[in-house]
Unconditional design. Structure first.
Lengths: 131, 360
């Protein structure tokens, strides 16, 4: 099974991806995570304006057979959520890095960015999990 | 202990199916997408490996008398070439298993039982023969079973078989040839669509599977099997019926037959429940708030716990979450609003009529 992991993104062990542009981070779940969960049918997104710490649960991702959690990759304030997921939750499966994005965060603590994983480090984690 | 495998195991693995442990068997939960497989069954046809289920042969002059004693349904409604759905119950009315038996001749019946109950059912049946002329053979591991379900199932199957399928009415069965292979085929199913359930010797597994796929059917796994039966509101053993839930509580009061002059296990309790009603009853549920209903979530009304979800999930056809709940009967009216505990929240739900979907 060949999963897609864009080189320019950062990753977490808990299978989130992060795209950083200036002080805004866009977050979603990786191709591996969407495949593990199966057909996504509903995503419970947070309220805009909420400020949360890195590592805290920020969204719940319901698939036909399971529930997954989106963890904050960095501490910050939620400035935008993907309202398109209400009508098209399946875009998390078909376009996990594109139209399946989940939240945008205004980063509070830049030093946390160094703790994110490179694509190579994340690929290693996926390889170990698949065993 | 290693998981058991059906004769289709290699096919599932080659197709890249996600395999899980179901009743001790390694079974495909999905090949590609539960929703796509579900939709294929609702729009054309799907083929399911159900070889993990049990198959018994009952033979002898007293088979009908024997079944009248252990089954709650009435075999006087049966005839050769026809099958019947029933529950086998304990003395207290709760369920040993739900199953289908087919009358080949008055002294030869074929019975299909749930995978998780094969040993239990075989033991229960044998324990209740009580000296009658009945011999039971367990064919489960010698024969495989497939379900072929969908609105195009007749169209796809007819060119392959030597019997007129339209002459095989719902719940009737036939013995015929499918591409030169002898099969048992019944017009029964668990999806709410037109379709068939077939059984045949293990050696023909791959050949029959290939023929059905070539005819246009898509492989469908246990995930779709569950979402389809939930939409059609069919009971699942261990959920809507079990050794703590009676058929009347599950809404299957029509299965409990008076059978005048015939005693059967559970008759007293069940006939009383049928007449008096029960304290709790299974109802259909939707959510008013957004979310997904899942098994075992608790149900509340005005602050009091009134029951729990027996089966919950997502309906690809209705594009929303649906569920069945066992609740105190005072709240069973359609339109009754209640709260469902979803992890750390309480979501507003409502009682709705069932079935959620029907096309048979």
């Amino acid at each position: 099974m060949e999963y897609e992991f864009p080189d320019e993104l950062k990753y977490l062990q808990t299978h989130e991806w992060v795209r950083i542009e200036d002080n805004i981070a866009t977050v979603g779940i990786t191709d591996y995570a969407q495949h593990q969960l199966g057909d996504i049918v509903y995503v419970e997104l947070p309220e805009i304006g909420t400020t949360l710490k890195k590592g805290v649960n920020v969204a719940e991702i319901e698939s036909v057979k399971a529930v997954g959690e989106l963890m904050m990759p960095l501490s910050g304030k939620i400035i935008e959520v993907n309202t398109g997921l209400a009508d098209n939750p399946e875009s998390v499966n078909s376009s996990p890095y594109g139209t399946g994005w989940m939240v945008k965060i205004e980063i509070i603590n830049n030093s946390e960015i160094d703790e994110l994983l490179s694509v190579e480090a994340y690929k290693e984690i996926v390889k170990t999990e698949k065993k | 202990m290693d998981l058991k495998r059906t004769p289709f195991y290699n096919i599932h693995v080659k197709l890249g199916a996600k395999m899980v442990d179901f009743a001790g068997f390694s079974m495909p939960v999905q090949y590609d997408s539960i929703i796509k497989e579900h939709e294929a069954v609702r729009t054309k046809a799907g083929v399911f490996d159900v070889s993990h289920m049990g198959e018994f042969l009952l033979e002898g002059n007293d088979v009908i008398d024997f079944l009248q004693y252990v089954m709650i349904n009435d075999l006087n409604l049966l005839e050769p070439s026809k099958g019947q759905y029933s529950c086998m119950c304990y003395e207290n009315g709760t369920v040993v298993d739900d199953l289908v038996y087919y009358e080949e001749t008055f002294d030869r019946f074929r019975m299909i039982v749930n995978a998780g109950n094969i040993e239990k059912d075989f033991q229960w049946l044998n324990d209740h023969i009580r000296g009658k002329d009945v011999k039971i053979t367990n064919l489960s591991s010698e024969r495989c079973r497939l379900a072929f379900q969908g609105p195009k199932s007749d169209e796809y199957l007819q060119p392959l078989v030597d019997v007129d399928l339209l002459a095989v009415n719902r719940f009737y069965f036939a013995h015929c040839m499918l591409s030169g292979v002898p099969i048992f085929i019944a017009r029964t199913g668990y999806t709410g669509e037109r379709g068939f359930e077939i059984s045949f010797d293990n050696e023909f597994a791959e050949k029959i599977w290939d023929e059905l796929i070539k005819a246009g059917a898509s492989p469908a796994g246990l995930g779709a099997r569950d979402s389809l039966r939930l939409e059609a509101t069919y009971s699942l053993y261990g959920h809507e019926i079990s050794d703590s839930i009676t058929p009347v509580e599950a809404g299957l009061f029509w299965l409990v037959k008076p059978k005048e002059g015939i005693d059967y296990i559970g008759k007293n309790v069940l006939m009383e429940q049928k007449i008096e009603g029960t304290d709790r009853i299974i109802v259909g549920l939707n959510l008013i708030d957004r979310g997904v209903i899942r098994d075992n979530f608790k149900i509340f009304k005005d602050g009091a716990e009134i029951g729990y979800i027996t089966s919950g999930g997502y309906s690809p056809t209705l594009k929303k979450t649906i569920g069945l709940g066992l609740i105190k009967k005072q709240h069973k009216e359609e339109g009754t609003e209640l709260e469902i505990e979803v992890r750390n929240k309480f979501l507003k739900g409502v009682v709705v009529s069932t079935p959620f979907y029907s096309n048979v």
